[in-house]
Design a protein. Structure first.
Ligand code: PLP
Length: 384
């Protein structure tokens, strides 16, 4: 391009290399240039808000992962949860949600939806077909998270889908724990699967992203309409990071799984540990449901400790050198948090908090012997 410097600095497109690279080009774009007036009002994409090349490729990958026909991207996992809910609920509706759902999603259900005249009510995650008694004439949807990411109860998806279908209710499931690799809600008849891609898909603790996935065209259309109405999309850098993470997701998840099961076994016999809470272990109360509906487990589980003074527990956790303390999970690094302060459960629904503290562990990709040495050493301070 010829012209003055200011013009030439803007029109650098002639210098752009477009060889056949392995990865798609990352387009940082609001404006899309179109070749004619007809194309302005006829061609898609005509604007960057709902994403361009990288986004379409990420959506295609997620559709494959979750056996979905429709995928919508969101700027965080929480935004994906709220987008999914707002897509399927109208004023006057009643929502039933698992008592084990992610805390900020629960807050949205109980407080924000209420402002729009939508009522929300928790049910015990293990209620199964007993949920039928909670259904009201105005009940519209049921939200699951199985297993819950603090307490790891598995819901009976089959029973809940059956009763929802019989009554024309929409079912949604937050599928972040399995990352879509080990659990396929849509294949089990759930209408909407949601993931915080921030966790395992991104996998490196460096970006936020979320996705809402559906098999049915009508529901997919409602999610698309809500996403466009609210302007909910994902930035290109984050979409790129999620797409990059997706390539190695099954490989990484298998390593998280193996290390977590190994560590869980070593923790199970420890004198400071009351019980290990991991649905893939035979002693988990919902193990049979996990066997039926899951093909594997990820790196996130909990342990309940024997009663211990909080100050001693805090000192033990602060002595850890390999495990870090921090929120979120799904990255390559191992994390631990005391998570009972986060529990927001209906009275009587979770009995675990009556005993010792609950620790949640995310088992990363470090050598498992180093992880075991670290956490067993810290727990040894409590038992001794
Ligand atoms: C982290 C998380 C979310 C929210 O994801 P963000 O990207 O942090 O907003 C939603 N659901 C579950 C189960 C999560 O663990």
């Amino acid at each position: 391009m010829s012209g003055k410097l200011a013009t030439r600095l803007i029109h650098t497109r002639g210098a752009r290399l477009r060889p056949a690279t392995v990865n798609p080009p990352l387009e940082r774009a609001s404006t899309v240039l179109l070749p004619s007036v007809a194309a302005l009002y006829g061609e898609k994409p005509a604007y960057g808000r709902m994403g361009l090349t990288v986004h379409r490729e990420l959506e295609a990958g997620l559709a494959t992962l979750e056996e979905a026909r429709h995928v919508r991207l969101a700027p965080s996992g929480l935004a994906a949860c709220t987008l999914a809910l707002i897509s399927v609920l109208d004023a006057g509706d009643h929502l039933l949600f698992s008592d084990a759902i992610y805390g900020p999603t629960r807050r949205f259900c109980e407080r924000t939806l209420k402002r729009f005249s939508i009522t929300a009510e928790a049910f015990p995650p293990g209620i199964g077909a007993g949920l039928e008694e909670r259904i009201r004439p105005e009940t519209r949807a049921i939200l699951l998270e199985s297993p819950g990411s603090l307490t790891f109860e598995i819901s009976d998806t089959e029973a809940i889908v059956a009763l929802a279908r019989a009554r024309g209710l929409t079912t949604l499931a937050d599928n972040t724990w399995s990352a879509g690799v080990y659990h396929k809600p849509l294949a089990l008849g759930v209408d909407v699967s949601i993931q915080a891609l921030t966790k395992y898909v991104v996998g490196h603790s460096d970006a936020f992203a979320g996705a809402v996935m559906a098999a049915d065209d009508e529901i997919g259309g409602r999610v698309a309409e809500a996403a466009e109405a609210f302007g909910i999309g994902l930035g290109p850098e984050e979409a790129y990071q999620a797409l990059r993470g997706l390539r190695t997701l099954p490989t990484r998840l298998a390593a998280h799984e193996a290390a977590a099961l190994d560590l869980a076994e070593r923790l199970a016999g420890h004198p400071a540990v009351e019980r290990v809470i991991h649905p893939a272990r035979a002693d988990h109360p919902d193990h049979a449901l996990w066997v039926r509906d899951f093909t594997g487990s990820s790196g996130l589980f909990a342990i309940e400790l024997k009663p211990v003074a909080r100050a001693d527990l805090n000192a033990a956790l602060e002595s850890l050198a390999v495990f870090g303390m921090g929120f979120s999970w799904g990255g390559y690094e191992s994390l631990v948090i005391p998570c009972d302060p986060q529990l927001r459960r209906s009275p009587g629904d979770w009995t675990g908090d009556k005993a010792g503290p609950l620790l949640r562990l995310h088992v990363g990709l470090e050598a498992v012997d180093d992880l075991a040495g670290d956490i067993l050493g810290a727990l040894g301070r409590l038992a001794g």
